[in-house]
Design a binder for this molecule. Structure first.
Ligand code: TQI
Ligand code: CA
Ligand code: ZN
Ligand code: ZN
Length: 173
């Protein structure tokens, strides 16, 4: 079953059109256009299940959600740990920060052959769909096939919401 963060924080009802900015990309080799496409697809999974809408904006100052790649200690008390281990983290509503570990071998377009032939590669879209669940207020799920399950097998791709994820987000929004 799905879960929420303690206290059930959520984006309030008057904030249904959330803007996101991809703000810190110098630490990744993935080009900007590809990042835009991958994050747009990840957000669209959650938009399809709710009345939430997500729009990319160029300026961090008017964004509700900020996305960036960082290495090691990046100033929020949750230092990244190099390849594997922690891949990314996102804060609960309405903080909006979503950070990715720049040390991972991110694969951007679900290139499954690259993913499986390169043991430590991590599918960016799979991690993004999971972290957006956290940004919206979901904790972890006990259902192994759900997006919000706390582990994913390396070299795999999981981007489609499971019925447990849909139930969880629809009970919140
Ligand atoms: N990052 C953890 C995660 O997002 C960070 C974390 C641990 C966390 N406990 C939490 C976040 C409790 C919110 C609430 O779960 S991670 C996966 C998965 C990670 C893991 O790097 O370990 C994914 C990031 F599920 F595959 F294991 C994304 Cl998809
Ligand atoms: Ca790491
Ligand atoms: Zn961080
Ligand atoms: Zn998680």
């Amino acid at each position: 079953l799905y879960s929420y963060f303690p206290g059930g924080p959520m984006w309030p009802p008057f904030r249904r059109n959330l803007r996101y900015a991809i703000t810190s990309t110098s630490a990744t080799t993935i080009d900007r256009a590809t990042l835009s496409t991958v994050f747009a697809r990840a957000f669209s999974r959650w938009a399809a299940a709710t009345n939430l809408r997500f729009t990319e904006t160029a300026s961090a100052s008017d964004a509700d959600i900020t996305i960036g790649f960082y290495s090691g200690d990046h100033g929020d008390g949750e230092a990244f740990d190099g390849p594997l281990g922690t891949l990314a983290h996102a804060f609960s509503p309405t903080d909006g920060r979503f950070h990715l570990d720049a040390a991972e071998s991110w694969v951007a377009n679900g290139d499954v052959s690259r993913l499986s032939s390169f043991g430590s590669a991590v599918d960016l879209e799979s991690v993004a769909v999971h972290e957006i669940g956290h940004l919206l207020g979901l904790g972890h799920s006990s259902v192994p096939d759900s997006i919000m399950y706390p582990t994913i097998r390396t070299g795999t791709r999981k981007v489609e919401l499971e019925s447990d994820d849909v139930l969880g987000i629809q009970s919140l929004y």
